[in-house]
Write a protein that binds this ligand. Structure first.
Ligand code: SF4
Length: 386
């Protein structure tokens, strides 16, 4: 471990990616509490304000599900089953508890299984609403207050307005820095590859926010000083999906001859593009950020306007990414049995294709088992848009 602390920037991110959880384990051994969470919908600011280490759970696409399926039906999405499989095998033995938000049926309907079989000292189901009107904001504020009271009871630490504001400010700083790092992908060729970026994103989600801030600062300095990576002749691709958290996917895209320059994935831009308003009362600001600003398909956005206006409200950010990052093709990578993302595929595809950017839709497991087939389809897609 002393070795990791001596590393800096991208080398450190690489190590944290490869040995995911190593820093959380060390912090736990030093007497800190570690709380696991799933999904971009979990308000990490509250975990930080309570003094625990937030640790985002991930599975392992290289490991088959061998125990999890004895607890969960196979129509639960493969990502959730794989993460649970890791959990039930004891891979997250260092977490004291976990938070699971109501993102989708795969999480909601399995929440009892997580709670009952992992035997954690703390478990909280965050009953996030799915519409964004005023009553839902009021409901969301109560949901956040309830979460605060349970984590206060568990830790014995009171979350004050000041501690919450400080945590919000830190997470906003973390997001601002991550966006600055993303900016370094706008050049042609980009200064950082999609796989390097994936390692940074995964490393950051396993660290306390103040350590993530320092790591991203070091990486920005590393990357800014680089010469362009290659000749700038490759197609510029955006990856869209839920929790894609393995370089095996990004490597497959980049080794097929593309630059992965942007994403709309839940450990990536979805986590880092929307700040919490620091001028508002913190609970309200958090409710608005997680319910109205976060772009995830499980929140129903209805502007009350035309179909086109509703599409713009739901997917307009993707067109902005396409313009800002000069995206030439998009890969929609959706997990099997993921209804929320699956239902949106036709609308997203036609919305993006309307701005003359081709879209490849892939539906797959959270597993490398079908990698060869996927690679062939990605290569064919890149040839098509060449
Ligand atoms: S991939 Fe889809 S079904 Fe699975 S957790 Fe994410 S939103 Fe839910």
């Amino acid at each position: 471990m002393a070795g990791i602390q001596n590393l800096k920037g991208l080398a450190k991110a690489e190590k944290y990616y490869t040995d995911y959880g190593t820093r959380a384990k060390e912090l736990r051994a030093q007497g800190n509490r570690v709380i696991g969470y799933i999904s971009a919908l979990s308000p990490v600011e509250i975990l930080t304000a309570s003094g625990v280490v937030p640790f985002r759970l991930k599975g392992n696409v290289e490991e088959a599900i061998t125990k999890g399926d004895a607890y969960m039906e196979t129509i639960v999405c493969p990502f959730v089953r794989n993460v649970f499989d890791s959990a039930i095998k004891g891979k997250f033995h260092f977490i004291d508890g976990m938070v699971l938000p109501h993102q989708c049926d795969s999480l909601d309907r399995t929440s009892d299984i997580w709670r009952d079989y992992l035997n954690l000292s703390y478990f909280h189901f965050l009953n996030v609403p799915h519409v964004t009107d005023e009553p839902s904001i009021e409901f969301m504020k109560e949901i956040l207050r309830l979460f605060i009271s349970t984590i206060e009871d568990f830790t014995g630490n009171k979350i004050t307005v000041d501690s919450l504001k400080k945590a919000i400010s830190l997470h906003n700083e973390n997001r601002r820095l991550m966006r600055s790092l993303y900016d370094l992908r706008k050049s042609n060729p980009p200064l950082i590859t999609g796989s390097e970026m994936m390692k940074v994103l995964v490393a950051a989600m396993g660290l306390p926010v103040y350590e993530s801030i320092e790591l991203i600062k070091e990486i920005i300095e590393d990357v800014k000083g680089r010469k362009p990576l290659t000749d700038g002749q490759r197609k510029r691709i955006m990856l869209i999906g839920d929790q894609i958290d393995s370089v095996i996917i990004t490597d497959t895209i980049e080794k097929a001859g593309a630059y992965l320059v942007m994403d709309d994935i839940s450990i990536g831009s979805k986590m880092y593009w929307q700040d919490v308003d620091e001028d508002k009362e913190p609970i309200l600001a958090l409710a608005e950020r997680y319910l109205r600003k976060l772009k995830i398909p499980t929140t129903f956005v209805d502007t009350g306007g035309t179909y086109e206006e509703n599409l713009n409200a739901r997917f307009g950010h993707m067109r902005k990414y396409i313009e800002e990052f000069n995206v030439e093709g998009a890969i929609l990578f959706i997990y099997k049995y993921c209804d929320p993302y699956g239902f949106e595929v036709p609308a997203i595809k036609s919305y993006i294709e309307a701005v003359a950017v081709d879209v490849l839709y892939l539906e797959d497991e959270y597993s490398i088992s079908s990698l060869a087939r996927m690679k062939t389809r990605i290569e064919a897609f890149l040839e098509m848009i060449a």
